[in-house]
Design a protein around this ligand. Structure first.
Ligand SMILES: [Zn+2]
Ligand SMILES: [Zn+2]
Length: 309
């Protein structure tokens, strides 16, 4: 073959490759060299990006600033679910995603709720002996598992296996990155255990009941203004109960969240003479840094609010 013919052949091969990619991606703009991962909301995006590294292209179904619980999917987003090579989601957290995965996910869906048994909705809650619990007793499961870093590490290990099946050539890379992330999450866990070991109080008054895993793992007790899903207007009776609890336990701080209006927390805080502070359930991307940054900011907030030494 002459040099000119070789060049022509190579060009034709490149054109053919480009053509194949253009056909297969259906206008998604995806990179044919990478595994297309769709994450349902931020902590799962964080995991997929950290473990996938430069081998994956991750998109998030929940746009920044949106409250993910009540996410609704537009046709373009359903298209993302249809086209994805791997969908990382959590059943019971976002009903619209559950439905889209059920209809279109096939065997490309990875449900992180299936990695380890979920806690009961009332876990990490706060009860007095001889009284009915504060939780509405829905008997449901708590989806907020990412707020226990040790659980998130285990989900990461399983995700690495799953990515390794989708992209066997790079399976070892996924395992390595999941191990590195596990080391960081283990360090974070140790900081929490140490930082929350000796505190004047252990009750946390939160906006919605998102912190059950954190409370369970670090022996705190959560008093939530609303249930597992944020509500803008909790029942007046619930507000009165929480105000009573906050007084009884001398809670100096009422927590509110980044993606939910602080109004109710502010009302309670005024009623009982407490401050408010942000405790981020990390359901959306943090304003600064990543999951680890937000968890460390939460730890500092908790240490101050609970007078930990
Ligand atoms: Zn939540
Ligand atoms: Zn109490």
């Amino acid at each position: 073959m002459t040099a000119a013919r070789a060049l022509a052949a190579a060009t034709a091969a490149l054109l053919a490759l480009g053509g194949v990619a253009a056909c297969s991606d259906g206008g998604r703009g995806s990179d044919p060299d990478k595994v297309d991962v769709v994450a349902a909301f931020y902590p799962l995006q964080f995991l997929a990006e950290r473990i996938g590294g430069d081998r994956v292209a991750v998109s998030n179904l929940t746009r920044p600033g949106a409250e993910p619980h009540d996410l609704e999917l537009n046709p373009r987003q359903v298209g993302q679910v249809v086209d994805a090579e791997l969908i990382v989601y959590l059943t019971g957290f976002q009903p619209a995603v559950d439905e889209a995965v059920e209809q279109n996910g096939g065997d490309r869906a990875f449900d992180v709720a299936g990695v380890a048994p979920l806690l009961d909705a009332a876990a990490g809650g706060h009860e007095h002996e001889g009284e009915a619990g504060h939780e509405e007793g829905s008997g449901g499961r708590d989806p907020h598992l990412w707020l226990d870093p040790t659980r998130l590490a285990t989900v990461g290990d399983r995700l690495a296996e799953r990515l390794g099946r989708a992209d066997p050539d790079h399976a070892a890379d996924y395992t390595t990155r999941a191990g590195a992330l596990r080391a960081e999450l283990t360090k974070l866990d140790a900081e929490y255990a140490e930082g929350l070991r000796t505190c004047q109080r252990r009750e946390i008054v939160t906006s919605h009941t998102a912190f059950g895993y954190l409370a369970e793992h670090y022996e705190l007790e959560q008093i939530g203004l609303t249930g597992l899903t944020p509500e803008s207007e909790p029942a007046p009776q619930r507000l009165a109960e929480v105000a009573k609890e906050a007084r009884e336990h001398r809670a100096g701080t009422i927590f509110f969240e980044t993606l939910v209006s602080p109004k109710v927390a502010e009302t309670i805080a005024r009623t009982v003479g407490a401050r408010t502070a942000v405790l981020d359930p990390i359901e959306g991307p943090p304003a600064q840094g990543d999951y680890l940054t937000a968890m460390r900011a939460n730890l500092q907030t908790l240490r101050t609010a609970l007078d930990c030494s």
